[in-house]
Design a protein around this ligand. Structure first.
Ligand SMILES: [Zn+2]
Length: 254
């Protein structure tokens, strides 16, 4: 389910009035790649401006495109620059917009978790033009510092993971989220959707002689154990414990 519907996305600046640069990179070119990956998943309207000849024209054109679409979540992609040493990831939102603040905080946490970027946090503004002048809720993401080599190495290595983390926070399905295995975590009655194996141990190293996992079988799960982070169903007969998968692909809660 999409929690934060993305109505427009753009990368800041353009080739005529470029933003920051560093590490052999130009801000608007790097931001374009991120924007393309992001928009491919959200199908949002592209509010990027390629023709503005001054920084003000560029901003004005972007906001005009944002406001033609109307209310919802707009996302602006930028990269920071400072002194070569400053580093990290941050997200700006309009001061007082609680929903945008929450979204910005969630994005910071999720993206920094998968990339290892320093989390500079959610930042409130009333002055950034694309946030101040747009209808709906706009957030502006600073995807690391373009003049910091460590930040740009992180981005080069983790761009897909970083964009996917953003998408997942907003509620969009990504290659990462759709391949994630889903497990039940409750005791009770289950039906097997396929032939499943029964194991003596929760790590599934040794098979049990209990041949009770045929497709369509009803199994009572008495306990839930964990093999690492993966939940396993525990079947109790007498004082013996046996273990089965709780993967939703193979078993269904009744
Ligand atoms: Zn910028």
């Amino acid at each position: 389910m999409v929690k934060y519907n993305n109505s427009t996305s753009h990368r800041g600046h353009n080739a005529i009035v470029p933003g920051a640069s560093g590490c052999g990179l130009k801000e608007h070119e790097v931001a374009q790649k991120i924007h393309d990956k992001f928009r491919a998943a959200t199908k949002a309207v592209d509010a990027t401006d390629d023709v503005g000849k001054t920084a003000n024209d560029n901003l004005y054109n972007i906001v005009r495109k944002m406001n033609a679409v109307g209310k919802s979540f707009h996302v602006s992609h930028h990269l920071n620059a400072f002194n070569g040493a400053a580093n990290g990831f941050e997200v700006w939102y309009y001061a007082g917009n609680a929903q945008a603040k929450k979204l910005a905080e969630e994005i910071c946490a999720a993206v920094c978790k998968v990339t290892g970027w320093v989390n500079r946090g959610a930042k409130a503004t009333t002055s950034l033009y694309v946030i101040r002048a747009s209808t709906g809720s706009a957030i502006l993401i600073e995807w690391g510092f373009v003049d910091n080599q460590k930040d740009m190495d992180i981005l080069a290595k983790n761009m897909d993971a970083a964009v996917n983390a953003l998408l997942e926070v907003m509620g969009y399905t990504t290659a990462t989220s759709s391949s994630k295995e889903e497990y039940y975590t409750k005791t009770g009655l289950y039906e097997t959707l396929t032939d499943i194996k029964v194991y003596v141990d929760k790590d599934f190293k040794a098979l049990s002689t209990w041949n009770i996992g045929k497709k369509g079988s009803m199994l009572w799960v008495d306990e839930v154990a964990k093999a690492g982070s993966v939940p396993r169903g525990v079947l109790l007969i007498g004082n013996k414990k046996r273990y089965v998968t709780l993967n939703k692909k193979y078993i269904k809660k009744i």
